[in-house]
Write a protein that binds this ligand. Structure first.
Ligand code: HEM
Length: 412
């Protein structure tokens, strides 16, 4: 095991080719001790990740944060907890992703996609940054609708979430400072919660239940979190805020990244785009291959609850360990020529990627994200068939997220 900081996750040259660089590191060192801007271990072995780190909750703690920094203890509630309490929290969130809810959301996705494409088609210059014009606003606006937050504030929420996440993964400031940033978003969410409580009060509801969702209150996450119960009690104000933050932080940038990463791979080799247009049935495979090859989240952290071993290396108690999604997704024992982006991989093998994590923290937005991005690409091939790259994309700055902030394209 290497102990020197000779592979620097924070080096711009590494950041710019992170999935390749991280998997090269993993092939040489399935377990690696990084001592640079932060001190943490990195696990890159598919089997260790899938069958140990993601399933053994007694050893690999989630409640101490999923970044290289110790989580502000004020935030260790809601989603950021351990089973069995965590299981109850997941049930509450899952109510927002039932087949009936997804059916409703599917209509909104098509409507938003059409509106954004109309906007692009109305631009006389017929060129621009696809991330800003489409990949960013669609998930951000949809997220506001799902939460019950004002849609016109989507850019503000995105900026807050970006700052919050960047801080957690990149800045060596203490967690209290990051906590201060969370307070900004929290204040805004608090106002929305207070507004809903006022409506309940005016309707004479003193003991809200899920019956009030979609009747007295709008059918969205804020209402559900106010009315639902965990362990036989209502959620506290801070638990509600923390859950809303988990959804904003976990669901926004990831989906934006997936949309722009996939379009980038399709347009950088125009024959891929042609292939997809000729056979839109390939869209689900393209989405999965993008998730595998360009994971929107490159790696997430756990904290060891006790001394443990990975690949014969002892990791002491209380250490931060990152599971490298990027490296696991390029395991040559599972995917033939894993460093190639291909549209002809079979779905069963493709879906072995760990881009949505696994075990008791498997992404709760998994079905929504897949559905959203499939629908987006169905619209794009139909309505913007002549999309093409006009320059070099710009990679999102910082550690852990993998996406683009500029994807220059033209269309007719
Ligand atoms: C391409 C899109 C997405 C990707 C790649 C992704 C990825 C992930 C990953 C890797 C985790 C696990 C984090 C960990 O192990 O520490 C996670 C958890 C989670 N995701 Fe997603 N996500 C996506 C979209 C979404 C969306 C759209 C939502 C909600 C609207 C969402 C909500 C969540 C939540 C609430 C969790 C926490 C689950 C738990 O701790 O039990 N995600 N996601």
């Amino acid at each position: 095991m290497k102990t020197e900081a000779d592979f620097d996750f924070y080096d711009k040259a590494v950041e710019d080719r992170a999935p390749e660089a991280w998997s090269e590191l993993g092939r040489k060192h399935p377990i690696y001790h990084y001592r640079g801007r932060f001190d943490f271990y990195v696990s890159s072995d598919y089997d260790d990740i899938k069958n140990n780190i993601l399933v053994d909750n007694d050893t690999w703690l989630y409640s101490r944060g999923t970044s290289p920094k110790e989580l502000d203890p004020r935030m260790a509630c809601g989603m950021m907890t351990e089973p069995p309490h965590h299981n109850g929290i997941r049930i509450i969130v899952q109510r927002g992703f039932t087949p009936k809810q997804l059916e409703r959301i599917a209509v909104e996705i098509d409507q938003l996609a059409d509106e954004l494409i109309d906007g692009m088609q109305a631009m006389p210059e017929k060129r621009g940054n696809f991330f800003k014009l489409f990949a960013m606003p669609l998930p951000a606006r949809l997220m506001c609708r799902m939460l019950g937050a004002p849609e016109e504030k989507h850019l503000q929420y995105k900026q807050w979430a970006d700052e919050f996440m960047y801080d957690h993964y990149n800045n060596k400031t203490d967690s209290a400072e990051a906590g201060e940033k969370a307070q900004l978003i929290a204040a805004s969410l608090s106002g929305l919660i207070a507004e809903r409580r006022r409506v309940l009060q005016e309707a004479g509801v003193t003991e809200p239940s899920l019956q009030e969702v979609g009747t007295v209150l709008p059918d969205d996450f804020i209402s559900r979190f106010i009315c639902d119960k965990v362990d036989g009690r209502h959620l506290t104000e801070w638990e509600i805020i923390s859950l809303l933050l988990s959804i904003i932080n976990g669901g926004n940038e990831t989906t934006m990244n997936l949309i722009s990463n996939l379009l980038w791979r399709l347009l950088e080799k125009p024959e891929r785009w042609e292939q997809l247009k000729a056979n839109p049935d390939l869209i689900p495979n393209a989405v999965e291959e993008s998730l595998r090859f360009d994971p929107p989240l490159l790696g997430m952290f756990r904290t060891t609850a006790k001394e443990t071993e990975l690949k014969g290396e002892v990791i002491p108690e209380g250490e931060k360990v990152m599971y490298s999604i990027a490296a696991a997704n390029r395991d040559p024992a599972i995917w033939e020529n894993p460093d190639e982006f291909r549209l002809d991989r079979d779905m069963a093998t493709l879906r072995k990627h760990v881009s949505f994590s696994g075990g008791s923290h498997l992404c709760l937005g998994i079905h929504l994200a897949r559905m959203e991005v499939r629908q987006v690409f169905e619209k794009l091939v139909e309505r913007l068939p002549n999309l093409r790259l006009t320059g070099e994309p710009v990679i999102v700055p910082g550690f852990s997220f993998w996406g683009l902030v500029d994807l220059p394209v033209a269309w007719d």
